[in-house]
Write a protein that binds this ligand. Structure first.
Ligand code: PNS
Length: 163
Protein backbone atom coordinates (compact mmCIF):
# COMPACT_ATOMS: atom_id res chain seq x y z
CA UNK A 1 0.00 0.00 0.00
CA UNK A 2 1.29 3.46 -0.90
CA UNK A 3 2.17 5.66 2.05
CA UNK A 4 0.50 9.03 1.50
CA UNK A 5 1.12 12.00 3.77
CA UNK A 6 -0.58 15.38 3.95
CA UNK A 7 1.47 18.41 4.95
CA UNK A 8 -1.13 21.06 5.81
CA UNK A 9 -0.65 24.70 6.63
CA UNK A 10 -1.33 28.33 5.82
CA UNK A 11 1.98 28.90 3.97
CA UNK A 12 1.48 32.68 4.00
CA UNK A 13 4.13 32.81 2.70
CA UNK A 14 6.09 29.62 2.03
CA UNK A 15 9.42 29.72 3.92
CA UNK A 16 12.65 27.78 3.59
CA UNK A 17 11.63 25.98 6.78
CA UNK A 18 8.49 24.64 5.08
CA UNK A 19 10.56 23.58 2.06
CA UNK A 20 13.01 21.78 4.30
CA UNK A 21 10.17 19.75 5.85
CA UNK A 22 8.65 19.03 2.41
CA UNK A 23 11.98 17.67 1.14
CA UNK A 24 12.49 15.51 4.21
CA UNK A 25 8.92 14.17 3.99
CA UNK A 26 9.28 13.41 0.27
CA UNK A 27 12.08 11.00 1.15
CA UNK A 28 9.94 9.15 3.70
CA UNK A 29 6.59 8.81 1.92
CA UNK A 30 5.49 7.60 -1.53
CA UNK A 31 3.41 10.72 -1.98
CA UNK A 32 3.24 14.01 -0.09
CA UNK A 33 0.33 16.39 -0.59
CA UNK A 34 1.06 19.92 0.56
CA UNK A 35 -2.40 21.24 1.46
CA UNK A 36 -2.92 24.98 1.76
CA UNK A 37 -5.75 26.02 4.06
CA UNK A 38 -8.10 28.46 2.34
CA UNK A 39 -9.84 31.28 4.22
CA UNK A 40 -8.46 30.74 7.74
CA UNK A 41 -7.20 34.30 7.96
CA UNK A 42 -9.58 36.91 6.56
CA UNK A 43 -6.76 39.10 5.27
CA UNK A 44 -3.80 36.94 4.28
CA UNK A 45 -0.76 38.53 2.68
CA UNK A 46 -1.17 36.23 -0.33
CA UNK A 47 -4.45 34.74 -1.50
CA UNK A 48 -4.71 30.97 -1.79
CA UNK A 49 -4.11 30.98 -5.56
CA UNK A 50 -0.88 32.95 -5.12
CA UNK A 51 0.24 30.63 -2.33
CA UNK A 52 -0.56 27.62 -4.51
CA UNK A 53 1.54 29.01 -7.35
CA UNK A 54 4.45 29.81 -5.03
CA UNK A 55 4.45 26.27 -3.69
CA UNK A 56 4.14 24.70 -7.12
CA UNK A 57 7.02 26.83 -8.30
CA UNK A 58 9.18 25.36 -5.54
CA UNK A 59 8.31 21.69 -5.76
CA UNK A 60 7.10 20.88 -9.28
CA UNK A 61 10.44 20.13 -10.91
CA UNK A 62 12.59 18.84 -8.07
CA UNK A 63 10.14 16.71 -6.13
CA UNK A 64 8.00 14.51 -8.40
CA UNK A 65 6.22 12.75 -5.53
CA UNK A 66 5.01 16.05 -4.02
CA UNK A 67 1.65 17.54 -5.02
CA UNK A 68 0.23 20.89 -4.00
CA UNK A 69 -3.45 21.56 -3.37
CA UNK A 70 -5.79 23.84 -1.43
CA UNK A 71 -8.38 22.67 1.07
CA UNK A 72 -11.23 23.89 3.24
CA UNK A 73 -13.17 22.17 6.00
CA UNK A 74 -11.73 19.59 8.35
CA UNK A 75 -8.21 18.40 7.69
CA UNK A 76 -9.04 14.80 8.62
CA UNK A 77 -11.86 14.75 6.03
CA UNK A 78 -9.46 16.02 3.41
CA UNK A 79 -6.90 13.36 4.43
CA UNK A 80 -9.50 10.59 4.17
CA UNK A 81 -10.63 11.78 0.72
CA UNK A 82 -7.01 11.49 -0.45
CA UNK A 83 -6.38 8.11 1.19
CA UNK A 84 -3.65 9.62 3.36
CA UNK A 85 -2.58 7.73 6.47
CA UNK A 86 -0.36 10.49 7.85
CA UNK A 87 -0.53 14.20 8.69
CA UNK A 88 2.88 15.88 8.87
CA UNK A 89 3.55 18.87 11.09
CA UNK A 90 6.83 20.66 11.57
CA UNK A 91 7.97 21.29 15.12
CA UNK A 92 10.65 23.91 15.67
CA UNK A 93 10.87 24.38 19.42
CA UNK A 94 9.19 23.07 22.56
CA UNK A 95 6.87 26.07 22.38
CA UNK A 96 5.26 24.62 19.23
CA UNK A 97 4.54 21.35 20.95
CA UNK A 98 1.56 22.23 23.11
CA UNK A 99 -0.61 23.55 20.26
CA UNK A 100 0.53 20.80 17.91
CA UNK A 101 -0.20 18.10 20.49
CA UNK A 102 -3.68 19.51 20.99
CA UNK A 103 -4.38 19.46 17.25
CA UNK A 104 -2.86 16.00 16.77
CA UNK A 105 -4.94 14.51 19.59
CA UNK A 106 -8.12 16.22 18.39
CA UNK A 107 -7.52 14.92 14.87
CA UNK A 108 -6.85 11.46 16.29
CA UNK A 109 -10.10 11.63 18.27
CA UNK A 110 -11.99 12.37 15.05
CA UNK A 111 -10.10 9.87 12.87
CA UNK A 112 -8.06 7.36 14.92
CA UNK A 113 -6.57 5.69 11.83
CA UNK A 114 -4.75 8.85 10.78
CA UNK A 115 -1.40 9.41 12.48
CA UNK A 116 0.25 12.79 12.98
CA UNK A 117 4.00 12.70 12.46
CA UNK A 118 6.10 15.57 13.82
CA UNK A 119 9.21 16.46 11.87
CA UNK A 120 12.02 18.84 12.76
CA UNK A 121 13.45 21.25 10.22
CA UNK A 122 17.19 21.98 10.01
CA UNK A 123 18.38 24.00 13.04
CA UNK A 124 18.98 26.99 10.77
CA UNK A 125 15.21 27.30 10.38
CA UNK A 126 14.26 26.67 13.99
CA UNK A 127 13.41 30.35 14.62
CA UNK A 128 11.78 30.97 11.25
CA UNK A 129 8.03 31.48 10.83
CA UNK A 130 5.70 32.90 8.16
CA UNK A 131 4.42 35.37 10.75
CA UNK A 132 7.89 36.83 11.34
CA UNK A 133 8.61 36.88 7.60
CA UNK A 134 5.39 38.86 7.07
CA UNK A 135 6.24 41.25 9.88
CA UNK A 136 9.84 41.85 8.78
CA UNK A 137 8.74 42.34 5.18
CA UNK A 138 5.93 44.74 6.15
CA UNK A 139 8.36 46.80 8.22
CA UNK A 140 10.86 47.02 5.39
CA UNK A 141 13.45 44.45 6.58
CA UNK A 142 15.22 41.85 4.46
CA UNK A 143 13.88 38.30 4.31
CA UNK A 144 16.68 37.11 2.06
CA UNK A 145 17.66 33.51 2.85
CA UNK A 146 14.45 32.95 4.83
CA UNK A 147 12.20 32.30 1.82
CA UNK A 148 12.91 30.91 -1.67
CA UNK A 149 14.15 33.60 -4.13
CA UNK A 150 10.90 33.62 -6.15
CA UNK A 151 8.86 34.21 -2.95
CA UNK A 152 11.21 37.09 -2.10
CA UNK A 153 10.50 38.45 -5.57
CA UNK A 154 6.73 38.21 -5.00
CA UNK A 155 7.14 39.98 -1.66
CA UNK A 156 9.12 42.72 -3.41
CA UNK A 157 6.29 43.21 -5.92
CA UNK A 158 3.82 43.68 -3.08
CA UNK A 159 6.08 46.28 -1.50
CA UNK A 160 6.31 48.20 -4.77
CA UNK A 161 2.49 48.14 -5.05
CA UNK A 162 2.09 49.42 -1.49
CA UNK A 163 4.49 52.37 -1.92
O1 PNS B 1 0.26 26.74 9.17
P1 PNS B 1 -0.77 26.68 10.25
O2 PNS B 1 -1.63 27.93 10.19
O3 PNS B 1 -0.19 26.45 11.59
O4 PNS B 1 -1.73 25.42 9.91
C1 PNS B 1 -2.86 25.13 10.70
C2 PNS B 1 -3.74 24.04 10.05
C3 PNS B 1 -4.07 24.40 8.62
C4 PNS B 1 -2.98 22.73 10.06
C5 PNS B 1 -5.02 23.89 10.92
O5 PNS B 1 -5.57 25.16 11.14
C6 PNS B 1 -6.06 22.99 10.29
O6 PNS B 1 -5.88 21.80 10.17
N1 PNS B 1 -7.19 23.59 9.83
C7 PNS B 1 -8.25 22.88 9.17
C8 PNS B 1 -9.51 22.82 10.00
C9 PNS B 1 -9.44 21.68 11.00
O7 PNS B 1 -9.35 20.53 10.66
N2 PNS B 1 -9.48 22.05 12.29
C10 PNS B 1 -9.41 21.13 13.39
C11 PNS B 1 -7.98 20.94 13.86
S1 PNS B 1 -7.88 19.89 15.24
Amino acid sequence: MKKIAIYPGSFDPLTNGHLDIIKRASRLFDKVIVAILVNADKSPLFNSQQRLEMLKNSVDQDLPNVQVDTFGGLLVDYALRHNAQVIIRGIRAVSDYEYELQMALMNRRMEPQIETVFMMPAEAYSYLSSRLVREIFQLGGSVSGLVPPHVEEELGKRLVKKL
